[in-house]
Design a protein around this ligand. Structure first.
Ligand SMILES: *[C@@H]1O[C@H](CO)[C@@H](O)[C@H](O)[C@H]1NC(C)=O
Ligand SMILES: *[C@@H]1O[C@H](CO)[C@@H](O)[C@H](O)[C@H]1NC(C)=O
Ligand SMILES: *[C@@H]1O[C@H](CO)[C@@H](O)[C@H](O)[C@H]1NC(C)=O
Ligand SMILES: *[C@@H]1O[C@H](CO)[C@@H](O)[C@H](O)[C@H]1NC(C)=O
Ligand SMILES: *[C@@H]1O[C@H](CO)[C@@H](O)[C@H](O)[C@H]1NC(C)=O
Ligand SMILES: *[C@@H]1O[C@H](CO)[C@@H](O)[C@H](O)[C@H]1NC(C)=O
Ligand SMILES: *[C@@H]1O[C@H](CO)[C@@H](O)[C@H](O)[C@H]1NC(C)=O
Ligand SMILES: *[C@@H]1O[C@H](CO)[C@@H](O)[C@H](O)[C@H]1NC(C)=O
Length: 465
């Protein structure tokens, strides 16, 4: 008995060595965001703003930013928001701007929807996400910008979203609800050291962006608030999300890339999405979701050092016939779960189409999803993995996953194929074949990717900061 287990142990070590260890990103990769000191600075009070929580300051924000535009080619400028409650409607940022919220500064979203003008739908969605036609503009908005920083000393951006949630619930809205921050077609964005509170809809939405860092932000909304996603990188690349705490009413991070025929035609993927040290909870949704809008494709998603508690699901992929696109090369490692209903969930028939013009034969390609080093307490179900009939989700690899599952059914899989090692409770039949040593190359791993991309994409990204 003793001899057998020693032998098994030796064999195990040998097979692991023959495959080589799976390395993860060094956590320093997103730290290189050197904040340039802006040579010019003004306070919002110099433009007549009043921080009493009642006076509407939209004009003051607009005038201040218009003034600061003249410094854009002189190293940029900083708009300082001191302690106070600064009520405002939507306003637009400019390039080379730092919006700085001091300690106890709160930017408050107006509770009058008319202060959030209606703008065009995104081309990759073809319509508003909730309703046909346009959508309300985010509280803080930017388009075609470079080098934008939203930061400070733990200030707060409060959307006062409860009015919007009621309007949504009683179906009296004419247009899709607004985000707190949306940056569109922009590069070099840093959002850090802030709290986001009670967004009307999604909180932070970079769309068609590159080089976005979201670091040290806290995002809070009631657990039952509708669609208050935390951070939604959408058709964006080189996005780094680090050291965040998110507790909201929907997915904490949802990686997207457009919706059905509109997303396919637009064709802009989300790629190189790095998530480090994320903690959070969502009672109804997932900690990290991909989709359901993923028609432009999603690849190279690397998440590590994650902790989710009191949540419905931890890792979720949502897609549907009609979406087209792909989700590939996803790597999640070192995740701790406590009190989670379904640790890993794939849904291949999510439905939810923008209109009836989608092509039901546009099938998404889901492949090379690796999840490893997971420990979970009080988990209801380990995995509910549902692919698409005739369109299996393939090369799903699970390694070193130990879950304390309370229900009698732990894994339930259909239309998926893959491999597993050291998974407890034992994975479902389609994933039972071992990874090591013979299926190493079928599983997505970072060692390979690191070597090929270290000096290119990533280097360029870091240098540009
Ligand atoms: C900002 O908030 C973080 C997290 O809550 C805290 O660790 C840090 O000390 C705060 N900084 C200041 C200057 O208050
Ligand atoms: C919908 O909700 C808003 C905000 O609470 C309220 O002002 C309005 O009267 C409600 N309308 C209906 C039809 O219930
Ligand atoms: C955030 O605040 C901390 C101090 O709490 C500071 O050291 C750090 O440079 C700030 N980071 C960014 C990216 O603004
Ligand atoms: C795993 O993640 C946790 C945070 O959830 C972190 O404290 C720990 O150091 C990480 N472990 C490893 C081996 O990186
Ligand atoms: C699993 O959870 C149950 C109930 O919380 C607990 O009694 C048991 O000790 C746990 N098992 C392990 C291996 O942690
Ligand atoms: C597994 O999923 C299928 C389809 O959703 C369902 O019919 C079946 O009851 C499930 N089995 C368990 C054990 O949950
Ligand atoms: C990583 O994947 C490559 C192929 O993509 C394979 O050759 C290599 O053996 C894999 N490494 C590990 C550690 O599994
Ligand atoms: C990375 O850089 C090294 C040394 O400059 C070079 O030999 C190698 O070919 C580069 N790798 C790629 C994938 O470009």
């Amino acid at each position: 008995m003793r001899r057998t287990s020693t032998l098994v142990g030796v064999l195990l070590v040998l097979t692991l060595i023959s495959c080589g260890p799976w390395r993860v990103w060094s956590s320093s990769l997103c730290k290189q965001t050197n904040l340039e000191v802006r040579p010019h600075s003004v306070s919002i009070t110099e433009f007549g703003a009043v921080g009493d929580g009642v006076t509407l300051n939209t004009k003051a924000f607009q005038n201040a930013i218009f003034y600061l535009n003249s410094f854009a080619d002189k190293g940029g400028a900083k708009l300082f928001v001191p302690a106070g409650r600064w009520l405002t409607g939507s306003f637009d940022l400019i390039s080379h701007l730092t919006l700085w919220l001091d300690k106890d500064a709160v930017i408050l979203g107006s509770t009058n929807p008319d202060d959030w003008p209606v703008v065009d739908p995104l081309p990759s969605y073809g319509r508003g996400r909730e309703l046909p036609g346009g959508r309300h503009k985010s509280l803080i908005y930017g388009q075609d910008l470079t080098d934008v920083v939203i930061t400070g000393n733990n200030g707060t951006i409060d959307g006062q979203g409860s009015i919007w949630w009621s309007l949504f619930r009683n179906k009296t809205l004419d247009y899709t609800r607004p985000h707190l921050v949306e940056l569109m077609n922009s590069a070099g964005v840093l959002i850090s050291n802030l709290t986001f509170l009670d967004s009307p809809f999604w909180n932070i939405h970079p769309v068609y962006c590159s080089q976005v860092t979201v670091k040290k932000v806290k995002i809070l909304a009631p657990l039952d608030s509708p669609n208050t996603d935390g951070i939604d990188p959408d058709s964006s690349d080189n996005v780094c999300i680090e050291d965040c705490y998110i507790s909201t009413g929907d997915d904490l991070i949802a990686i997207k890339s457009g919706w059905d025929e509109y997303g396919i035609a637009f064709g802009r993927p989300s790629t190189n999405i790095i998530i480090n040290r994320l903690t959070g909870r969502t009672a109804t949704s997932a900690g990290i979701a991909i989709g359901s809008e993923m028609s432009g494709g999603v690849s190279e998603v690397h998440a590590q050092d994650i902790r989710f508690f009191d949540s419905y699901s931890a890792i979720r992929i949502k897609t549907s016939p009609g979406r087209g696109g792909y989700v590939r090369n996803v790597f999640v490692s070192n995740m701790t779960l406590e009190n989670v209903d379904i640790a890993i969930r794939f849904t291949g028939t999510y439905g939810d189409h923008p209109d009836d013009k989608f092509d039901p034969n546009a099938l998404p390609l889901i492949e090379k999803i690796t999840i490893k080093d997971v420990i979970g307490q009080n988990i209801k179900r380990a995995g509910l993995l549902e692919g698409i009939e005739g369109d299996n989700f393939v090369n799903i690899c699970l390694s070193n996953i130990i879950l304390n599952v309370s229900s009698s059914y732990s894994w339930n899989c259909s239309n998926v194929q893959g491999y597993s090692d050291f998974v407890s409770p034992e994975a479902c039949k389609p994933l039972k074949e071992r990874i090591f040593p013979e299926h190493c190359s079928d599983c997505y791993n970072l060692s390979n990717h690191l070597q090929s991309s270290n000096n290119q994409t990533r280097g360029a990204w870091l240098l540009s900061w």
